[in-house]
Design a protein around this ligand. Structure first.
Ligand SMILES: [Zn+2]
Length: 102
């Protein structure tokens, strides 16, 4: 278990549900892919909707905010299951990433 806020929020959400519906790393990873697709759909819906664009920015889009939160919670739930803190893993990757794009 990690101490990050995302990890704690994900654990809190699952506890409040009363049941972990995606109890294995594989099931959680599959759910993460589905949530990422839903985020893409929300961004596309905002981009294709004059009503959305008239009423709010992308950053304030309720659909996009909700799906982004779902993706984050799902990522942290997966991190908890595989005992990897996503922030620590991202830091490790960024620190050793030597690629440059021209
Ligand atoms: Zn919107």
């Amino acid at each position: 278990m990690t101490s990050s806020e995302g990890s704690a929020l994900s654990a809190l959400q699952i506890a409040s549900h009363g049941k972990d519906r995606y109890p294995t790393p594989k099931a959680q990873a599959e759910k993460l892919v589905i949530e990422a697709a839903e985020l893409l759909g929300a961004i596309a819906e905002h981009a294709n909707s004059r009503t959305h664009q008239r009423n709010h920015s992308l950053a304030d889009c309720p659909l996009v905010r909700g799906e982004l939160a779902d993706v984050g919670l799902c990522l942290y739930a997966l991190g908890n299951k595989v005992q990897i803190d996503p922030i620590t893993a991202m830091r490790e990757l960024v620190d050793r990433d030597q690629r440059r794009f021209a």
